[in-house]
Design a protein around this ligand. Structure first.
Ligand code: PMV
Length: 346
């Protein structure tokens, strides 16, 4: 018997950054993200259970990727108690991304959430369609988190919150929770235009980055600051008239993330000269025109420009005339807040 499942799952961009972990992908501070739409992974997995010779094959863009197998194999070890069949099956994972792999556009978020969705689905098929309940996304979020922390946030429409935050009763470290209903309509159609400063493989993995927090003297202060920024931002985003406050928290979070990388015992720099040029252009443009466009950064040199839909004409013009020149091969991903994962097979 062979089982198949296909899902499209999006990447997400953190507004409040998760940086620092403990245990198995448990966060040191809560984080909040927009779910994207254009940047996504399409994945199909095929499972043949109970084979004499269990095997994992990983294909990316149709090409066998032996180097991905060890990471997937350790992930599957963690999932043995959830999916009993996982260690005795022949599993083939075939995926494509709509964005450059490893360029700091949280490819692990879309890939690991797609994988968690497919595994959950296969599990239901093997167990004769055990019913999905209302909370299935929370469970899949937990499965995704075990693969990559940020992946836990890709399961929900518009926005997600992950990690225990004081005063947010349902928040917790195990899985993310939906956050769409808690934000004003202006953020439901927000744009995230990703300016690709470099599309090459990241030099430092995010795991190494999280580890850097372990003996950083400023770590405790950062975790407190992140939680306070998160509580502040959740208030700000309820109100459509607080976009200036939104900008200030988002940009501060982006710069703090990169400042932490600079402060480690083995410091490293992921931003490039063109990243800084774009940041300065954004600040100048905002001063000149008052257009509420801001930037955030992931763990890489590419710049995410965030802006409300009603300003898209001005911002697109700004990007074309003043920012495109800083992008490698003028590469830009015109992304937007999205509705979360979509099943591709029936
Ligand atoms: O999910 P990981 O372990 O790849 O960590 C992601 C960390 C950041 O992308 C830098 C921030 C975040 O919250 O997504």
């Amino acid at each position: 018997m062979q089982y198949t499942s296909s899902w499209r799952s999006p990447s997400n961009i953190a507004l409040i950054k998760y940086w620092g972990k403990h245990g198995i992908q448990l966060p040191r501070n809560p984080s909040l993200s927009f779910t994207l739409s254009v940047s996504h992974t399409d994945m199909t997995i095929t499972v043949i259970p109970d084979v004499g010779n269990p095997q994992i094959n990983v294909l990316y863009n149709g090409v066998e990727q032996a180097s991905f197998v060890p990471k997937i194999s350790s992930y599957f070890q963690l999932l043995k108690s959830h999916f009993k069949w996982i260690g005795s099956s022949h599993i083939t994972i075939d995926s494509i991304n709509t964005f450059p792999h490893g360029a700091g556009i949280a490819s692990s978020a879309s890939a690991m959430s797609a994988l968690a969705l497919c595994l959950y689905d296969i599990h239901a098929q093997i167990n004769d369609g055990h019913k999905q309940n209302e909370n299935w996304r929370l469970y899949v979020s937990e499965i995704a988190r075990l693969g990559s922390g940020s992946a836990s946030r890709s399961l929900f429409p518009t926005a997600a919150l992950w990690g225990k935050a004081k005063g947010i009763g349902e928040s917790n470290d195990e899985f993310a929770i939906p956050w769409k209903e808690n934000i004003s309509s202006i953020y439901q159609t927000y744009h995230d235009t990703i300016l690709i400063v470099s599309a090459s493989e990241k030099k430092v993995s995010s795991s190494a980055g999280h580890n850097l927090m372990t003996d950083l003297p400023y770590a405790k202060t950062r975790y407190k600051e992140a939680e306070s920024n998160l509580l502040n931002l959740t208030d700000i985003m309820r109100d459509e008239n607080k976009v200036n406050e939104f900008i200030s928290v988002c940009e501060s979070e982006a710069l703090q993330l990169h400042a932490l990388m600079l402060m480690g015992k083995n410091p490293y720099v992921l931003i490039e000269p063109n990243t800084l040029s774009i940041i300065k252009e954004v600040w100048n443009f905002r001063r000149e025109t008052n257009t509420p466009v801001c930037f955030t950064l992931d763990a890489g040199p590419n710049v995410h420009l965030l802006y409300p839909d009603k300003y898209k004409i001005e911002v697109i013009d700004f990007i074309q005339s003043r920012l495109k020149k800083y992008c490698i091969n003028e590469m830009i991903i015109w992304d937007k807040v999205g509705e979360g994962p979509v099943r591709l097979n029936q």
